[in-house]
Ligand binder design. Structure first.
Ligand SMILES: Nc1ncnc2c1ncn2[C@@H]1O[C@H](COP(=O)(O)OP(=O)(O)OP(=O)(O)O)[C@@H](O)[C@H]1O
Ligand SMILES: O=P(O)(O)OC[C@@]1(O)O[C@H](CO)[C@@H](O)[C@@H]1O
Length: 330
């Protein structure tokens, strides 16, 4: 069972442009789609697509359009009633796959709702293999809430994965000594926020065939107590670093249509493989195949196993000294 917590869920409204986006212009679109979103909700959607058990935990009222949509697509969820409705995040996609997102801050989460979410999380975590803490935190939530939650889950045998950004990510980084998750899934930007490396350089050097910089940056988190870092690098693929090794995977060739949810799909792919007992390169392969499959789908459509091209993912073991460029095929 995989439990996901999405403290700041969203309705993802996607408009696909038939031409490149032009600032200040009027664009007209044929169709727009709306899907239930927020990073944890997306992870749960991908896990459910694969037929594995999952519960998405989130704040919201029964009549919230987001919860109606979750009921319609049959995603198991548990909610804590909360004032207001879920934010609406806008995605604009262009014909070449360029994806622009405009995310709202979110609906403020009162203290009592946060406390009840934490209680539910602990209860659900007791019977689960993984808990996923994902996405931004809405107004009113302290930046170090994820660190508090990780600490509170330590009396359970459940493993914890985190995918967040900006202040909540920095706040967690300051508390890794007592609140290190088992898995972190930063993208290049987030890895840069955590380690001071240059985000563009992390992605570019991997795209040019040298993922060692991303592995070195990821190892900073391992040295602080995180068990595994899955650093996703957009079209360049992803690096997985654990206490015992480092691997790099490149995605299959795809035509990108919308990258929304690619990172969430990668995380879900990693967790699904881990649940099945796959080794680290196997988990990485699944993560990259899922990410690429998501990027090839339109809007916030999320992949199912039939969309994967696992054989076209190349996984390479990196030498144990991440400074070294030696690599061997797995
Ligand atoms: N253009 C692309 N071509 C092939 N694969 C891609 C592309 N973009 C993303 N991917 C796949 O998706 C994975 C995750 O992408 P990325 O690093 O952009 O995640 P992210 O920024 O967390 O995404 P998001 O926040 O939109 O969910 C990559 O590791 C890769 O496997
Ligand atoms: O504003 P956050 O919480 O950082 O991210 C929210 C979000 O961009 O993440 C998902 C894609 O990863 C979308 O479903 C959603 O709109």
């Amino acid at each position: 069972m995989i439990i996901t917590l999405t403290a700041n869920p969203s309705i993802d409204r996607t408009v696909a442009l038939a031409e490149p986006l032009e600032r200040g212009a009027v664009h007209r679109t044929q169709a727009a789609t709306s899907d239930p979103g927020g990073k944890g909700v997306n992870v749960a959607r991908v896990v459910a697509n694969a037929g594995a058990s999952t519960i998405a935990l989130l704040p919201g009222n029964e009549d919230d359009p987001l919860l109606k949509a979750l009921r319609e697509i049959g995603i198991g969820h548990r909610t804590v009633p909360s004032p207001g409705t879920a934010r609406i995040n806008l995605t604009i996609t262009e014909p070449d796959g360029t994806t622009t997102k405009i995310n709202q801050a979110g609906t403020p989460l009162p203290h009592d709702v946060r406390a009840r979410l934490a209680q539910h999380l602990h209860q659900l975590g007791a019977g689960a293999a993984w808990v996923v803490l994902a996405g931004s935190l809405p107004p009113g939530v302290p930046d170090d809430w994820y660190a508090d939650l990780i600490r509170s889950l330590r009396d359970l045998s459940v493993r914890v994965a985190v995918d967040t950004s900006d202040d909540p990510l920095r706040a967690l980084a300051l508390r890794l000594d007592d609140s290190a998750p088992h898995l972190m899934k930063p993208n290049a930007e987030e890895l840069a926020q955590l380690t001071g490396f240059d985000a563009e350089l992390l992605e570019q050097s991997a795209a040019q065939g040298d993922p060692t910089l991303a592995a070195t940056a990821s190892r900073v988190l391992i040295d602080k107590g995180v068990e595994a870092v899955l650093a996703t690098l957009g079209a360049a693929g992803a690096v997985l670093v654990t206490r015992t090794g480092a691997w790099y995977a490149t995605p299959p060739p795809i035509v990108p249509r919308s990258t929304v949810g690619a990172g969430d799909s990668s995380l879900a792919g990693y967790l699904l493989a881990h649940l099945e007992g796959a080794d680290p390169p196997g988990c990485l392969r699944r993560a990259v195949a899922y990410g690429a499959a998501a990027a090839a789908l339109p809007g916030t459509a999320l992949p199912a196993p039939r969309h994967l091209n696992l054989d076209a993912v190349t996984v390479t073991a990196l030498a144990s000294d991440p400074q070294s460029k030696e690599a061997s095929n797995v």
